[in-house]
Design a protein around this ligand. Structure first.
Ligand code: AMP
Length: 402
């Protein structure tokens, strides 16, 4: 039987999965991917093979009450029926916050679950959804190994100064510091830099993860030394619906003068701000690009996004003491040549020169000349979860055997 790993990424009403075969120490190999969405309402399931051919589809009426637990059980029985000759070896979960407790992937037990629950206030809109399937699997399939893989862990290498807020000691002692996120994506990019250019792997690189969530990471020789996100996934760049860095005084204004409750203010900053808030139109870059010529608010939202990216790149170049390369990744970074061109134009001071034709063609190298290189590299967070899950299983087996 070939062992397979399931990689899960759970949201409030969705559950995305990928299936990887794992043979010995070889790189895990993607065999199937899919998603449940509309969970808790009109739920749908689709699974496709690695080439995109549909392998299975289902839909449930809202009255069926099909939620995360039903989805997980459906997935396990679907795998048993459709993935003959393969044995479910473990589940790897994307977990947004590992706090100070977890600086690498961890095999889940009840104590780990309790610690992860205690971190929910640091990522209130993500962590509870990440934990739900972990608890369900622990209850329904207690002998199946589960591994939690963290978005924060890659940034454990940041120097102490890069993690500090200028706040009193007692606040720092409660864990209020800069952690950073999108670590699974940065881990993947760092792992493949040498395939694009060995000088990047050894040098000073800013990675721009520009998706619905967006952040930047400064890599020195493939190691994170600074990043734009902080305690929560709200900090740094403006995002699809999140505000990015702002004056904390604005929050007090919203609470005192606008009489928002803390919950309402939090919802505004997470779900109604960013590109959506500024444009009043959409969080989707494709929609904003389509409307930008006629709609000044759409243009303004894009302009702010680009301006903030370039300002933050400048800050990370200062932390790195120079720049050898800039990597664009995630939905906008990989697909939106116009954003890449606008960001690169504002970074001409670094000596970077965009190659327009290469940029329109999607790269991977989209610059020319002797200055810092600009690159487009597709990310693969799920592969990093599969790698980490595989490695945790190997270590656990070796420990049992010794
Ligand atoms: P992600 O969170 O990585 O899936 O990225 C989602 C973002 O990528 C959304 O703002 C999409 O509009 C954007 N995106 C995806 N494809 C394209 C595209 N072809 N052109 C511009 N933006 C895109």
């Amino acid at each position: 039987m070939i062992p397979v790993l399931v990689v899960l990424n759970a949201g409030s009403s969705s559950l995305k999965f990928q299936l990887f075969e794992r043979e010995g120490d070889a790189e895990p190999r993607l065999t199937c991917k899919g998603a449940f969405d509309g969970l808790g309402g009109a739920a749908r399931f689709i699974a496709r093979d690695a080439g995109g051919v549909t392998l299975g589809e289902n839909a449930w009426a809202p009255e069926a009450g099909f939620g995360h637990e039903e989805a997980l059980m459906h997935l396990v029985s679907w795998l048993r029926e459709h993935q003959g000759g393969r044995q479910l070896a473990a589940i790897g979960h994307r977990v947004v916050h590992g706090g100070e407790a977890f600086t690498g992937p961890v095999l889940v037990d009840d104590e780990v679950i309790r610690t992860l629950e205690s971190l929910s206030p640091l990522a209130p809109l993500h962590q509870p959804h990440n934990l739900a399937p972990i608890r369900i699997v622990r209850r329904r399939l207690p002998s199946l190994p589960q591994v939690a893989c963290f978005d924060t862990a890659f940034h454990r290498t940041q120097p102490d100064l890069a993690t500090l807020f200028a706040l009193p000691r007692e606040v720092r002692d409660r864990g209020v510091r800069r952690y950073g996120f999108h670590g699974l994506s940065y881990d993947y990019i760092a792992s493949v830099l040498k395939e694009y250019d060995p000088r990047l792997a050894a040098g000073r690189v800013v990675v721009a993860h520009l998706g619905n969530g967006a952040s930047l990471c400064a890599l020195r020789a493939g190691v994170s030394i600074a990043t734009t996100m902080g305690l929560s996934a709200l900090d740094g760049l403006p995002m699809g619906t999140r505000c990015g860095a702002m004056d904390p005084g604005a929050v007090f204004f919203m609470l005192r003068e606008m009489k928002l409750t803390p919950d309402a203010a939090e919802r505004m900053l997470y779900s109604h701000s960013g590109l959506l808030g500024v444009s009043g139109l959409s969080n989707d870059m494709r929609v904003l690009r389509e409307q930008a010529a006629e709609n000044p608010d759409a243009r303004r939202a894009i302009n702010l996004f680009v301006y903030r990216i370039t300002r933050e790149v400048g800050s990370l170049v200062a932390a790195l003491g120079g720049l050898d390369g800039l990597v664009f990744t995630a939905g906008i970074g990989e697909n939106d040549a116009a954003t890449r061109a606008e960001v690169s134009a504002r970074l001409a001071w670094t000596g970077m020169t965009l190659d327009d034709a290469a940029n329109k063609a999607g790269g991977p190298l989209i610059s020319s000349g002797a200055g810092p290189g600009a690159w487009v590299i597709p990310t693969n967070e799920e592969l990093v979860i599969a790698r980490q899950t595989s490695s945790v299983l190997r270590t656990a087996r070796a420990r049992l055997a010794s």
